[in-house]
Design a protein around this ligand. Structure first.
Ligand SMILES: [Zn+2]
Ligand SMILES: [Zn+2]
Length: 102
């Protein structure tokens, strides 16, 4: 199961909602937390199925591979240092967010 948390930026107050913070495995699809180059948002993007790269080709299983905020498709992986895409401060995992259970 994937784990999703909110990450909060102490610098500008930006909140990345319910992202896995790296590579996440759902029941079927694989998501990776990416930074959208177009709108500077941290979002989970579907990258494949059961560890394989590429879309499944099945719209019932494919996690969206476009930005949920701006529908863009230009991403780069969110570094493990979790920098804020807007101001570069280190973002903090919000342990009170509901889906966080590590
Ligand atoms: Zn920030
Ligand atoms: Zn975007």
């Amino acid at each position: 199961m994937g784990i999703k948390c909110n990450f909060v930026c102490p610098g500008c107050g930006y909140i990345a909602k319910e992202v896995s913070g790296g590579l996440g495995f759902g029941m079927i699809t694989v998501v990776r937390t990416m930074t959208c180059e177009d709108c500077k948002a941290v979002v989970d993007v579907g990258i494949g199925r059961n560890g394989k790269d590429g879309p499944t080709g099945d719209p019932n299983y494919d996690y969206p591979s476009t930005c949920p905020q701006c529908r863009g498709s230009r991403f780069y992986p969110w570094p493990s240092t979790h920098p804020c895409p807007k101001c570069d401060a280190k973002m903090i995992k919000d342990k009170t967010s509901t889906l966080c259970w590590d």
